[in-house]
Write a protein that binds this ligand. Sequence first.
Ligand code: SF4
Length: 273
Amino acid sequence: MPIFGRPFASYHLWSLIAPAVGQERWHCQMKRGFIKARQKEPIVKALLAQASPPQRIGLLAQKGVYEFHHHRQLLNQPDGVEQVAQMLKLSKSSDQVQQRVIQILKNYHDDPVLEGKHIIELTSGDEGFPRPILIDQKNYHFRLYATMDCVFTEQDRTLHILDFKTGRSAFDERQALVYLVAARYLYPHQQAVASFYNLERCKQSELISVTSSQLDAIENQLATVAHKHQQDVLQYQEDHDKFSKIFPPTPGSHCRYCPFNTICKFSGFKPSK
Ligand code: SF4
């Protein structure tokens, strides 16, 4: 089967199929339909291209951490934050984005959590689409996408995958589990752990590690996600009129924050014109 005809899975797809704990009430399958089945339609593509302020803050924060470590001397210079802010062209962003990103840069300058670590990989966010990991098992085949913000090694050679967060949302352990499945293929000779670090709240999560049989089970679950989504997309491609049956909407007040509320006929929120 050609690589790109295979089903795929990622943490993002998993989170679109099944809600995180506590988010069940506003989970909407139709969003998955827009993002992962209709993403090439010009109007959907245009909406997807508009990064929301929280997404922009997340991207700039990641890039800020990257710049600090790409120009390490900035971590020790009193004007390091201002210099990184210039590299990020922060003055072109809204006041809200500027204020929050400056605070993130100050936090990081005061307490650079990666300082002294043996960094193997640190993404800037400009890398584009990640290369898939091809998972070929007896019962399933799929592409796995997992972009890791940062990978470093601990002194005992344990691989540590760190995901940077911003904002107030809770850490979703599933993301760490996907990284650990990916690490098993990318770094097969090393033990791996994963954790989250919130750059705004300076909060570190617990270390997350799993056994080999737990990794098998997670991989199996990702295969189920990949196959279910592929079936849904194929069904939609066969009959576009079935969109709302295949990807049922869950309208409500949360539609206010949905990027598709201007084109979704089920939206519980209509922006004023
Ligand atoms: S506007 Fe509401 S119902 Fe429509 S896709 Fe978004 S969350 Fe779902």
